[in-house]
Design a protein around this ligand. Sequence first.
Ligand code: NAD
Length: 262
Amino acid sequence: MADLTNKVAIVSGGATMIGWKTAEALRDAGAKVVLADIAEEAGEEAAEKLGPDVIFQRTDITDDEQIDACIAATVERFGGVDCLVNVACTYLDNGIDSTRDEWLTALNVNLVGGAIFVQKVVAPMRERGGGAIVNFGSISGKRAQLGRMLYAVSKAAIIGMTRNQALNLAPDNIRVNSVSPGWTWSNVIRDVSGDDRAKADLVAGPLHLIGRLVEPDEVGATVAFLCSDDASGLTGTDIAVDGGYTAIGPEQKVDQVSKLME
Ligand SMILES: NC(=O)c1ccc[n+]([C@@H]2O[C@H](COP(=O)([O-])OP(=O)(O)OC[C@H]3O[C@@H](n4cnc5c(N)ncnc54)[C@H](O)[C@@H]3O)[C@@H](O)[C@H]2O)c1
């Protein structure tokens, strides 16, 4: 298990299920955690459930001053920042019909919010002698999906941004990686499936080699690993926590050679 004793982490989007499970994994590894989200009720509730080592700080990542305030509150409460996990996202997306305003809003939350958070966390990380950053990509950043545009493009950009952040921050001993989950049991999937886990697995299972949705704590465990010294050799890379989604090509599970021989 990852060891994050004496480390301090900020998790943007920490009020949602994946963010919450990520914060839980970081806490279980020994870190103090700040949940940075606009969802106040869910954020307060999540922090309370996770106990005294976790606090909630209302933070809109599209607002530079609120990012500054979050970092300041983290340093004041826990003494510094060692890890930043950029979970927050919007699913705002009208596919090919998306307006300019929608493009700018989606990219502001999904891409620029995380980029500015990284920029602003560099100084406190330098003071600690380095740090680890984990951005959230997605299978949607790697494969086309019907009806999607803004979300998919922003996730692809995050994977590219991660490489550039890693290169530029390596001299500061700051590692930057991303995780790209597959379909994960989350607030979104829970809502669209009517909280029917079996139905969600039935629909999404065949898209993944593991035959089911990814669990949010499987994502959290990977993030905790990337934040820890166990991952000291990893920077500028993406870890596909996608249950094998991207390993499957167009042939899926169909044996085309057998079909040719029929
Ligand atoms: N759910 C999936 O199957 C799945 C698959 C692949 C990747 N992901 C990624 O995992 C992460 C979490 O996804 P989710 O499905 O749990 O999303 P979600 O919509 O449930 O949660 C997103 C969180 O971000 C917060 N947020 C939105 N705008 C914000 C802002 N301006 N400032 C601060 N916080 C803001 C929301 O309040 C919410 O708590 C995302 O980065 C997403 O792209 C999810």
